[in-house]
Design a protein around this ligand. Structure first.
Ligand SMILES: *[C@@H]1O[C@H](CO)[C@@H](O)[C@H](O)[C@H]1NC(C)=O
Ligand SMILES: *[C@@H]1O[C@H](CO)[C@@H](O)[C@H](O)[C@H]1NC(C)=O
Ligand SMILES: *[C@@H]1O[C@H](CO)[C@@H](O)[C@H](O)[C@H]1NC(C)=O
Ligand SMILES: *[C@@H]1O[C@H](CO)[C@@H](O)[C@H](O)[C@H]1NC(C)=O
Length: 368
């Protein structure tokens, strides 16, 4: 968290500070930069699943935070797009509560000076995006820098001259990010006790005013997971993923049954050797998800994620991504009809993609 003194001085300060150019050359801190966009018919968008009595649900207290991964290496700097993302997030969402915005970093923002520069830059962007001064103050108050150390796991070579992981040019920063969002995040001390978190990427833009607070939506409708779009990770970054999920389901009949009732579709030839190698794997893409961590901390899900993590090459060599793994985990352990929502109500763009399918935004009842 920005030290209170640093924050007060930012919040009170005039907008003069040194210009600081942020390198845009770092790796993309998002998971689906090189995948094809293949929207599927939204299964969750009609939201016709049975809902909890909203009067009752809305009265249960909850906690929440927005989560961004700024950088995973100590010296690397975030992309400048983060400032636009944050400004739009503040101005286009009718927040009922100003929940914290957690910015994960790997050391750069341990320095008060760097935090201050970040906040000054953000303040400048809010002017450009026409935020009211109240909105700007509220946004700056929400920002919390969270240090996160990423280590290359034991047994993984550090020398990428001989070791040639997939996406070597972004190794290991991108691989760290995939591992973190796939499983580690559920046990991170700043996240694990939240009722919900909303993860965005550094070029995620909520482009137009939304008609509800997404956490309120989750809460009133008793949802555990929301995504914005389904797309496909290419086979080049999913080697072994189909057989991993298939083998797991074969060993746990309740998982197999749940996949079946969730209408999971398998890649062809499930019973042949080398199943699914080089076949793309569908995922929840676009760097947008709203998650109820408790649903990913059950003993059943934890056992699965531990098995996933037990071979770190999956992330640090094959470059498995969190987007397809999240979708697999959801289909294996959640009730998709009841617990999952496609948040097509939000006009959204990420990584230059703007044509996400949209649906009408119905305001939520205001109950409290
Ligand atoms: C929800 O529950 C409250 C309290 O039990 C009740 O007064 C209300 O009528 C219920 N609303 C619906 C839509 O069922
Ligand atoms: C913010 O804007 C002011 C006025 O345009 C400029 O002088 C200053 O250098 C900017 N600061 C940062 C950190 O971008
Ligand atoms: C901010 O307001 C100005 C003047 O009304 C307008 O020209 C500009 O497009 C607005 N900027 C954004 C990002 O909406
Ligand atoms: C989800 O819940 C519905 C309604 O309770 C039920 O019919 C369906 O079988 C459940 N699906 C799974 C995967 O458990």
């Amino acid at each position: 968290m920005a030290s209170n003194a640093a924050k007060r001085s930012i919040i009170g300060a005039a907008m003069f500070c040194t210009l600081w150019l942020i390198s845009a050359s770092g790796p993309p801190m998002s998971s689906l930069g090189f995948t094809t966009f293949a929207p599927q018919k939204s299964s969750g968008s009609s939201s016709l699943g049975p809902q909890m009595n909203s009067t009752v649900a809305a009265l249960i207290p909850y906690t929440a935070a927005v989560v961004y991964m700024l950088t995973t290496l100590p010296q690397s700097r975030p992309k400048e797009t983060i400032f636009r993302s944050l400004s739009l997030l503040q101005t286009n969402v009718p927040w009922r509560h100003q929940w914290p915005v957690l910015l994960f970093h790997a050391g750069l923002y341990d320095s008060g000076d760097n935090q201050m520069t970040f906040l000054h830059t953000l303040r400048n962007y809010t002017v450009e995006y026409n935020l009211s001064s109240e909105a700007t103050e509220a946004l700056l108050e929400r920002i919390e820098f969270v240090y996160l150390q990423h280590d290359v796991p034991e047994g993984i070579p550090h020398n990428t001259k001989e070791y040639k992981p997939v996406w070597r040019e972004f190794w290991p920063s991108y691989h760290h990010m995939c591992a973190f969002f796939s499983h580690k995040i559920f046990h991170h001390p700043r996240v694990r006790d939240l009722t919900y978190y909303f993860r965005l990427g550094d070029d995620s833009y909520i482009r137009k005013p939304a008609c509800f607070d997404p956490f309120e939506y989750m809460h009133i409708n008793d949802k555990s997971f929301a995504f914005r779009v389904q797309d496909m990770d290419q086979g080049s970054v999913t080697a072994g993923m189909w057989s991993f999920v298939s083998d797991y389901a074969q060993r746990y009949p309740e998982v197999e049954n749940r996949l079946r009732s969730n209408r999971w579709s398998w890649a062809p030839n499930r019973l042949l050797p080398g199943y699914g190698t080089d076949v793309g794997f569908p995922g929840y893409g676009g760097d947008f998800e709203i998650v109820r961590p408790a649903r990913f901390q059950t003993p059943e899900v934890t056992a699965f994620l531990e098995e996933l993590a037990s071979e770190p090459e999956r992330f640090y060599y094959s470059r498995w991504g969190d987007a397809p793994l999240r979708r697999a985990t959801v289909y294996m352990f959640l009730n998709v009809t009841e617990e999952v929502h496609q948040m097509c109500e939000f006009e959204y763009a990420s990584e230059g993609t703007t044509n996400y399918p949209l649906c009408e935004c119905a305001p939520l009842p205001r109950l409290t």
